[in-house]
Design a protein around this ligand. Structure first.
Ligand code: PLP
Length: 381
């Protein structure tokens, strides 16, 4: 039999997998499942981006690229980051197959066995897995008692972060809560990071999906540019999940270490996909705005529908998720909701916050209404 590596054995399979397996099983039986468990926009990739990918393929952009990405895209990304106020140069960018790979490379580059990683719960599921895969030990700060906001939790965070902390992960707008952290909260993070010499990952993958707020990039704060790894990608903003395109930005010293991992693992992101990404950055503002407006309408509608049933859901200013307060045993609630009401959601405990179910509202208004009706009909709300 195989002698598996401890680093892989200590990681759990994705909790969302169990839900989507159950949904597929029911669908195969002919059941109509309202799937609110998925973390991807339900829009097609904008046409101009698809065309740019096709054109690039036709033009023969099908070989390897330089490992860190094609120069035009790295420069466009650096220019975009400069627009956000980050002092970025193209040499400080690695283009990756998805934001997930950018995060994975960052963890692998920074975390040694036993290094402490601080997460803000509820936290996106893969942070824990990536920390464990790199041998890190986890220290978690719970934002649930504070309606998922960071500012009121700063005192708790200051108790968690110490000179032993290597890495802190901040994800604003947040998956799974939709919370966008205030400037005061980010300044609090900065003060702790500087005091204890901590590196911070700022996962800004939902940056362009915000409603009426303009999220601040952590790397723009005084003292943060030299200790921040900014992660972003094309999946969410441009509805490009399957294209697999993302990036990290960090000081060049970190980039040259991460670049070794990058070149020895993925070599490079897909050539013609990088060309499509360039088109996305340069010419897709209108489609981004349309998707954002649709998400906002759905968020408001869904929160109102839950309120009609007497359920008060903390609503964030970004991303396309909300955390529905459910029974103490959220896993049982989610298993029941899919089994009886045929509505798929993800248990909050998968994100470190039991007692909630994560709802993705990247679905049509009609399907969202249907979901609420079914949950009510079967006594789940
Ligand atoms: N970070 C967060 C918080 C996410 O929710 C996701 C996707 O679900 C990612 C990163 C990675 O996305 P991708 O690898 O598609 O760019």
């Amino acid at each position: 039999s195989f002698d598996f590596a401890a680093r892989v054995e200590r990681v759990e399979p994705s909790a969302t997998l169990a839900i989507s397996n159950k949904a597929s099983e029911l669908e195969a039986e002919g059941v109509d499942v309202v799937d609110l468990s998925v973390g991807e926009p339900d829009f097609p990739t904008p046409e101009n981006i698809v065309a740019a990918g096709q054109d690039a393929m036709d033009a023969g952009h099908t070989g390897y690229t330089s490992s860190n990405g094609i120069p035009a895209l790295r420069e466009a990304i650096a220019a975009k980051l400069r627009g956000d106020g980050i002092d970025a140069a193209s040499e400080e960018v690695i283009v990756t197959p998805g934001g997930k790979q950018a995060l994975y490379e960052t963890f692998q580059t920074l975390i040694d066995d036993g290094d402490e990683v601080v997460l803000l719960d509820p936290a996106w599921v893969s942070y824990e897995a990536m920390a464990k895969l790199s041998g890190g030990s986890l220290n978690r700060v719970d934002l649930a008692p504070y309606d998922f906001q960071l500012e009121p939790a700063l005192e708790d965070l200051s108790e968690a972060v110490s000179d032993d902390t290597e890495l802190l992960v901040v994800n604003s707008p947040s998956n799974p809560t939709g919370a966008v952290y205030s400037d005061e909260a980010l300044e609090g993070v900065r003060d702790l990071a500087v005091e204890h010499d901590v590196t911070v990952i700022s996962d800004e993958i939902y940056q362009q999906i915000t409603y009426g707020v303009d999220p601040t990039s952590l790397a723009t704060l005084d003292g943060m540019s030299e200790r921040t790894v900014t992660i972003n990608g094309f999946s969410k903003a441009y509805s490009m999940t399957g294209w697999r395109l993302g990036y990290l930005h960090a000081p060049e010293s970190l980039i040259s270490q991460a670049a070794k991992l990058h070149s020895h693992s993925v070599s490079c992101a897909v050539n013609f996909v990088q060309h499509a990404g360039l088109e996305a950055i340069e010419n897709t503002d209108e489609a981004v705005t349309e998707m954002r407006d649709a998400f906002r309408d759905r968020r408001d509608m869904l929160a109102d529908l839950f309120a009609d049933h007497g359920v008060d859901v903390p609503v964030g200013d970004g991303a396309f998720y909300m955390m529905l307060p459910v029974a103490d045993d959220d896993q049982e609630w989610c298993a029941g909701a899919i089994e009886d009401a045929h509505v798929a959601t993800v248990p909050g405990s998968a994100f470190g916050s039991p007692g909630y179910a994560r709802i993705s509202y990247a679905a049509s208004e009609e399907r969202l209404r249907e979901a609420v009706d079914r949950l009510a009909e079967h006594g789940y709300i």
